[in-house]
Write a protein that binds this ligand. Structure first.
Ligand SMILES: [Cu+2]
Length: 151
């Protein structure tokens, strides 16, 4: 009896710690970003499974939506209304590519990396063409360079 109570206590402590450890991040939708017009800020964000990301419609006329083939298996696609905030809690590890529907083709895209990006090759292959594809290529390069720097 004592042992089962101890076990339950330990279990509850774990659940509580996980809840407490979940972090929150902001990604802003902007008309004028740090390196150009129509950008998410930050464009590349690394989080841990269970963390929440608030996509904030700071400037109107934008939205955020995941791109088919650029999210891990088992993850739920997400999409916001134009000009609305959206909070996404990322539970499934992997890379998530997303875009603004009106401006994705102009390069208004971004990546959220949740824990281990096991679907990186698939996400790269599914990236959009044109300016969006070039932007994604840049973000994947930054991701690579950070990984190299950590070694
Ligand atoms: Cu936009």
């Amino acid at each position: 009896m004592f042992r089962s109570k101890l076990f339950l206590g330990a279990l509850l402590a774990c659940v509580w710690m996980q809840a407490a450890a979940a972090a929150e991040f902001d990604v802003r939708m902007l008309n004028h970003g740090a390196t150009g017009d129509m950008q998410f800020d930050p464009q590349l964000l690394k989080v841990s499974p269970g963390d929440a990301v608030h996509f904030l419609a700071v400037d109107k006329g934008h939205n955020v939506q995941s791109i088919d083939g650029m999210i891990p298996d088992g993850a739920t696609a997400f999409s916001s209304e134009i000009g609305q905030n959206l909070t996404v809690t990322f539970t499934v590890p992997g890379i998530y590519g997303y875009r603004c529907a009106p401006h994705g083709m102009l390069g208004m895209v971004g990546l959220v990396v949740v824990g281990n990006p096991a679907n990186e090759a698939a996400a790269k292959a599914a990236a959009m063409p044109g300016l969006a594809g070039r932007q994604f290529a840049k973000l994947f390069e930054i991701l690579d360079s950070r990984r190299t720097a950590q070694k």
